[in-house]
Design a protein around this ligand. Structure first.
Ligand SMILES: O=C[C@H](O)COP(=O)(O)O
Length: 252
């Protein structure tokens, strides 16, 4: 069964308001039918309201982070319910930059996943290994642990409402992409962990993206692999034409 592809741009901490709006106006009418390919832009929180207001029929807006609590005294934080109340449909959780610089842990990833699904926001759950781990040959064990911890106390029904992104840390922003075979192999390993945690239906239906130096030149070969259902893209999602090339690649 072919899963619906998803291309998500992660703008990280780039663009100003005018750049963000110009991007949306440029891509809105050009993105493919959302029933065929899901096209998502995960923008800095301050842009979300303006972008959701202007998103076209086929483009969806996501956040790059959220707090796991329903509400509370957490100065500077944003809850899943707040995102939902502004029409945000996706949220990235557990990105390696948040794990490295903002104390994101497997435990908070798990709580955020649960909190997002509870308000009907699709979490894009990031996992991936460092270069050291890849070289030590323990990638599958490390990623297995990340998945098991992220999905702790999550029902099969709720797991199906999530998307996984496999992002090897050594490939993020470095221009060094995992080969399609490497990416596919680890994604197949992730699917088998999910099958053990749940069942074959979940492991066959859940979408797993690849992320790490995806660009207009390597996207076709990555998306041609059996188990890669789309991409989480940083740098190459910043330019409207580049983003459109990536989402169109998912149509092939
Ligand atoms: O979330 C996106 C990833 O961090 C990949 O970023 P990149 O495409 O710039 O390597």
């Amino acid at each position: 069964m072919r899963r619906k592809p998803l291309i998500a741009g992660n703008w990280k901490m780039y663009k100003t308001k005018d750049d963000a709006l110009a991007f949306i106006y440029a891509v809105n009418v050009e993105v493919p039918d959302k029933d065929v390919v899901e096209s998502v832009i995960c923008a800095p929180a301050i842009f979300l309201k303006d972008l959701v207001k202007r998103e076209g029929e086929n483009l969806r807006i996501g956040a790059q982070n959220m707090h796991y609590a329903e509400e509370g005294a957490y100065t500077g934080e944003i809850s899943a319910a707040m995102l939902k109340s502004y029409g945000v449909d996706y949220v990235i959780v557990g990105h390696s930059e948040r794990r490295a610089y903002f104390n994101e842990t497997d435990e908070t990833v798990n709580l955020k996943l649960i909190s997002a699904v509870n308000v009907d926001i699709t979490p894009i759950v990031c996992v991936g290994e460092s270069l050291e781990i890849r070289e030590a040959g323990t990638t599958n064990q490390v990623v297995k642990k990340q998945i098991e911890k992220a999905y702790l106390n999550v029902s099969a029904q709720d797991a199906l409402k999530t998307v996984v992104a496999y992002e090897p840390i050594w490939a993020i922003g470095t221009g060094v992409t995992a080969t399609p075979e490497q990416a596919n192999e680890t994604i197949i390993a992730i699917r088998s962990v999910i099958k053990k945690l749940y069942n074959e239906e979940v492991s066959e239906q859940i979408r797993i993206l690849y992320g790490g130096s995806v660009n207009t030149k390597n996207v076709d070969s990555l998306l041609s692999m059996s188990d890669i259902d789309g991409a989480l893209v940083g740098g190459a999602s910043l330019d409207p034409n580049s983003f459109l090339t990536l989402v169109r690649a998912a149509l092939k």
